[in-house]
Design a protein around this ligand. Structure first.
Ligand code: NAD
Ligand code: IPM
Ligand code: MN
Length: 347
């Protein structure tokens, strides 16, 4: 019997994760659930955003269902105690280097997208984002220059193995789709990116059936808004992938629609909406639970091999949206609970 660790976190994290759990329970898959605190909630209860008892539950679990972390009350703590360290720490602790962020437009959401309907309709891509390296995990610090000015620095760095393993995930993902991989970097300026590009080209030799292209990240940001239908699989680093996926979400209707999977070398994965704790709407029952619910489908597919149940969740979300179920972010007025009910009715 598979054990799912529920790490709901802060803000709307608990609100959307509760709905994802309800959907999983309705499918009667014999899963067991254990909850543990992360982020600001864990800091308040245990003095640390990722306490040992949470790591212990996560360590035993077959998969982790994560909500979101972040709380403005803790934005001025020293960095090691800030809520966001919980998600960074989990990714690192379990070697979850590969982040899949699929973005597609659900039928009926053309009007929610910031793009013209004829452009929005064509979005169907996966962003493959490296998740345990880059400027996120390089040496960082604050200090004073010789001239007495305050300074800050974060080292952007990758080694060739880190690039090669995420590149393989990108090529494998492309093989299961339309066989087109676009590697996004800033090789015209950054040495990290030149290494990235060199290694991706080397790995491409093992995937002769995949058409590989390269694009600079600034152009990619523009092309995402101009014509997102041109993309199949985007392969990119940690920082660029973070930014491009939030942008892609709005092309697809809302940040409340995009799920993600964080995977490593074993079957264990962490599944979470790409959005954060949304302090501006937390506690009001307004959050869109679709990203969390779709993340639970990714969990069934990638960690538990329950493909059919995953397909049922995806179809129920698509059905509810097609028939007009909408939370506020999508231009409607359903509560988080009512949106999930609309999905549950179609399971
Ligand atoms: P955010 O994603 O939390 O919110 C951005 C905007 O999108 C807000 O207006 C919010 O109301 C809206 N939004 C987000 N999710 C929504 C949903 N499901 N339904 C409807 N509207 C939704 O980003 P932010 O405001 O930059 O960050 C808030 C906090 O979340 C910060 O502390 C940040 O560090 C954290 N964060 C955490 C994660 C994570 O846990 N993986 C991801 C992103 C941000
Ligand atoms: C995300 C978030 C995180 C990231 C933060 C909260 C550390 O923005 O999951 O997209 O930057 O990876
Ligand atoms: Mn983000």
């Amino acid at each position: 019997m598979a054990l799912i660790a529920i790490l709901a976190g802060d803000g709307i994290g608990p609100e959307v994760t509760a709905e994802a759990r309800r959907v999983l329970e309705a499918l009667d898959l014999g899963l067991t659930f254990e909850e543990a605190k992360v982020g600001g909630a864990a800091y308040e209860a245990a003095g640390h955003p990722l306490p040992p008892e949470t790591l212990e539950v996560a360590g035993r679990a077959d998969a982790l269902l994560f909500g979101a972390v972040g709380d403005p009350r803790f934005d001025n703590l020293e960095r090691a105690h800030r809520p966001e360290q919980a998600i960074l720490g989990l990714r690192k602790a379990f070697g979850l280097f590969a982040n899949l962020r699929p973005a597609r437009l659900f039928e009926g959401l053309e009007d929610a997208s910031s793009l013209r309907p004829d452009i929005a309709r064509r979005i169907d891509m996966v962003i493959v984002r490296e998740l345990t390296g880059d400027v996120y995990f390089g040496a960082k610090g604050r200090g004073t220059t010789e001239a007495g000015l305050r300074e800050g620095h974060d080292l952007m760095r990758y080694d060739e193995e880190e690039v090669a393993r995420i590149a393989r995930v990108g090529f494998e993902t492309a093989m299961r789709r339309r066989r087109r991989l676009l590697s996004v970097d800033k090789a015209n300026v950054l040495e990290t990116s030149q290494l990235w590009r060199d290694v991706v080209i080397e790995v491409a030799k093992d995937y002769p059936d995949v058409a590989l292209d390269h694009m600079y990240v600034d152009n990619c940001a523009m092309q995402l808004v101009r014509d997102p239908g041109q993309f199949d699989v985007i392969l990119t680093g940690n920082l660029f992938g973070d930014i491009l996926s939030d942008q892609a979400s709005m092309c697809a209707g809302s940040i409340g629609m995009l799920p993600s999977a964080a995977l490593g070398a074993t079957g264990k994965g962490l599944y979470e909406p790409i959005h954060g704790s949304a302090p501006d709407i937390a506690g009001q029952g307004k959050a869109n639970p679709c990203a969390a619910i779709l993340s639970s489908a990714m969990m069934l597919r990638h960690s538990l091999g329950l493909t059919e149940a995953a397909d049922r969740i995806d179809a129920a979300v698509a059905g509810a949206i097609r028939e007009g179920a909408r939370t506020g972010d999508l231009g409607g007025s359903l509560s988080t609970r009512a949106m999930a009910d609309a999905i549950l009715e179609r399971l």
